[in-house]
Design a protein around this ligand. Structure first.
Ligand SMILES: [Zn+2]
Length: 158
């Protein structure tokens, strides 16, 4: 049996914060604001896995107000959700994601992101796609005010 899930996440970009995407620290003048490490890519993937299981969203499992998730490594949050998926007999078939950010260019970081995410998702790197796009100077992403990520995950019950 197959189950598909979709995830979406946006964080405001501000000075004085690190920019972490897919568990990779990206050199940037501005970083993502948020309670955890504000990793929009990891959060979108986490929501996609939860969505595939009809298990609500990341905010239900890791509430903003809970001090345990203050500055949390979002790959660890994804790992917890993968543990839940594995408990239910699901494994990931593949994942596809798009990150939208005006700058910096993410291409040099993409293979490391895929590697880290594949490890947490329990699949080969060839089963994890990360695409990077700019906002073409339009909207909040284009103005450099936000980073957004979209993700789709396919689960199979083994
Ligand atoms: Zn987020």
């Amino acid at each position: 049996m197959y189950r598909i899930g979709i995830g979406h996440d946006t964080h405001r970009l501000v000075e004085g914060r690190p920019l972490v995407l897919g568990g990779v620290r990206v050199e940037s003048e501005r970083g993502a604001e948020g309670h955890s490490d504000a990793d929009a890519l990891a959060h979108a993937l986490t929501d996609a896995v939860l969505g595939a299981m009809c298990e609500g969203d990341i905010g239900v499992h890791f509430p903003d107000k809970d001090p345990r998730w203050q500055g949390a490594d979002s790959l660890q949050l994804l790992a917890r959700v993968m543990w839940l998926a594995n408990e239910r007999g699901y494994r990931v078939v593949n994942a596809d994601a798009t990150v939208l950010i005006e700058r910096p260019r993410l291409r040099p970081y993409v293979s490391e992101m895929r590697e880290k995410l594949a490890e947490v998702l329990g699949v080969e790197i060839t089963c994890v796609s990360v695409k990077a796009k700019s906002g073409e100077g339009l909207d909040a992403v284009g103005e450099g005010l936000a980073v957004t990520a979209h993700a789709v995950v396919l689960l199979e019950r083994t």
